[in-house]
Design a binder for this molecule. Structure first.
Ligand code: COA
Length: 258
């Protein structure tokens, strides 16, 4: 029997639901998840019966609790740049997708999870959702576009605070600062996201595609910022700070940074 795949897709009425499915690891993003996510995005692009997508997480606790920290110590220290680039490329595919993609944030959206939600065209969240960029606690920085998208969505000051303190914020705070558009009861989240997308896909598809392109074009020259992020993520990835931060997380203790 095949093990349950870490990304599950389903579709009805032209709407694809992409579920990150590693609930025992709070849906952390490992290589396989990223690759399957990309397969789902390509299917959404080429299948004319599919008009839009929802990205969510399995279970009631977590959307995505970040990149898979356990894999970090197994990767050679020099691979941080490539790791960041891989995530950035897939998340950029979401942001620039020709079909609307919204995040239904059903719990923790931390690190790469917050970055995944931010790459979607907009976000709905359940009441228990928590957002944050806690990479600093691991001796790292956001590497999947967070240093670029968070300031654009919530303003530079709030983004700096979130990235430098690593603190989590509640769904109410995320709503207040514009990170999420609507808060829903957990059990109604997918239904409300589906209704929103049904309204959206009743609009002309060329118009939707052009809104996505035009809204993304107003961001100026994102590539320079993303390149800098990947380079600096690579530097942090090779550092003793990262070794201590990640080891401390895996040993379930507080890190001790010099
Ligand atoms: N990567 C790998 N595994 C992760 C993970 C991640 N990003 N986040 C959680 N997990 C794993 C835990 O190691 C644990 O596995 P175990 O049961 O085999 O020990 C399991 O998921 C449950 O997590 P746990 O920490 O026990 O749950 P909690 O309710 O006490 O805490 C969080 C929840 C989200 C606050 C905590 O898991 C956390 O801080 N995760 C990391 C968030 C992060 O730093 N993300 C950025 C990564 S770059």
């Amino acid at each position: 029997m095949n093990p349950t795949p870490p990304v599950i897709t389903s579709s009805a009425d032209g709407i694809m639901i992409i579920t990150i499915n590693r609930p025992e690891k709070l849906n952390a993003l490992n290589n396989e998840v990223l690759e399957l996510l990309e397969v789902a995005l390509d299917e959404l692009a080429k299948n004319n019966d599919l008009r839009a997508a929802i990205i969510t997480g399995a279970g009631e606790k977590s959307f995505v609790a970040g990149a898979d920290i356990a894999g970090f110590l197994q990767s050679p220290p020099t691979t941080g740049y490539q790791l960041a680039k891989k995530g950035q490329t897939i998340f950029s595919k979401i942001e620039h997708h020709s079909k609307p993609i919204i995040a239904a944030v059903n719990g923790f959206a931390l690190g790469g999870g917050c970055e995944l939600a931010m790459s979607c065209h907009f976000r709905l969240a359940s009441e228990n959702a928590r957002f944050g960029q806690p990479e600093i606690n691991l001796g790292l920085i956001p590497g999947y576009g967070g240093t670029q998208r968070l300031p654009r969505l919530v303003g530079k000051g709030k983004a700096m605070e979130m990235m430098m303190t690593g603190e989590h914020i509640t769904s109410e705070e995320a709503f207040r600062i514009g990170l999420v558009n609507q808060i829903c009861k957990q059990e109604e989240l997918i239904e409300i996201a589906t209704l929103k997308l049904k309204l959206i896909i009743s609009k002309p598809s060329m118009g939707l595609k052009n809104i996505i392109s035009a809204a993304n074009a107003s961001d100026g020259e994102p590539s320079n910022g993303f390149e800098t992020e990947a380079t600096l993520f690579g530097e942090s990835f090779a550092s003793d700070e990262m070794k201590e931060g990640v080891t401390a997380f895996l040993e379930k203790r507080k890190p001790s940074f010099k």
